[in-house]
Design a protein around this ligand. Structure first.
Ligand code: ZN
Ligand code: ZN
Length: 203
């Protein structure tokens, strides 16, 4: 069977590199955020996304919501959870979207196949089997109502500050540029974090 993905999801796939269930999770969460907050994509910094994992789904958050690490309106918290909090700063409201469904259960055979595919060891037939199954899972998942898979709650946010601009200086050890709040002092020298951590192992 062939699933036709909506254009915004196709765009996420293009950005991410492949169509996987993890990406679909982030995409579905982004879709919920747009709907519940009644907003369009963030051109500037009015939207902030706080994500609690660094899995595939984050790429859909970046692609659909325009919340990116570089713009400073994507905040990453390393909790290993598919939880996405999206805040609209102008209206001072937000929505927290948490995956509660166990979508990633696999049999040992499926697990082995996945590892072969991502390890580049699968043959053409195995790859096709894998990606066809993925496509079916994604299609089914996106066709369900989001409430089936997510706990969704509106929140009154304490919005993080706008991206701040920091002075930068040159690390006295490696000569590379580093922003001021990340500078460490070692033996009276102003150094970057990698240089500070190597202190005592060579200089
Ligand atoms: Zn992926
Ligand atoms: Zn350095």
């Amino acid at each position: 069977m062939n699933y036709t993905y909506e254009p915004a999801f196709k765009e996420s796939i293009r950005f991410h590199g492949h169509a996987c269930l993890g990406l679909a999770v982030g995409y579905a969460a982004a879709r919920v955020a747009l709907k519940r907050l009644a907003i369009a994509r963030a051109e500037d910094e009015e939207l902030v996304a706080i994500v609690e994992c660094d899995a595939c789904g984050i790429d859909a958050i970046q692609s659909v919501l325009g919340c990116t690490l570089g713009k400073g309106n994507l905040i990453y918290r390393d909790h290993g959870k598919n939880v996405f909090t999206v805040i609209d700063r102008r209206k001072n409201r937000g929505v927290r979207i948490a995956l509660t469904a166990d979508l990633f259960k696999r049999t040992p055979e499926q697990e082995a196949l996945m590892l072969r595919v991502f390890g580049g060891e699968a043959n053409e037939t195995e790859r096709q089997t894998f990606w066809t199954a993925q496509q079916r899972k994604i299609g089914d998942f996106l066709a369900d109502s989001a409430e089936t898979h997510f706990r969704i709650e509106m929140i009154k946010p304490e919005a993080p500050e706008h991206a701040r601009l920091f002075a930068s200086l040159i690390c006295e050890q490696c000569g590379e540029q580093v922003m001021e709040p990340r500078v460490r002092l070692r033996a009276g020298k102003k150094v970057c974090i990698p240089c500070a951590e190597n202190y005592g192992r060579g200089w």
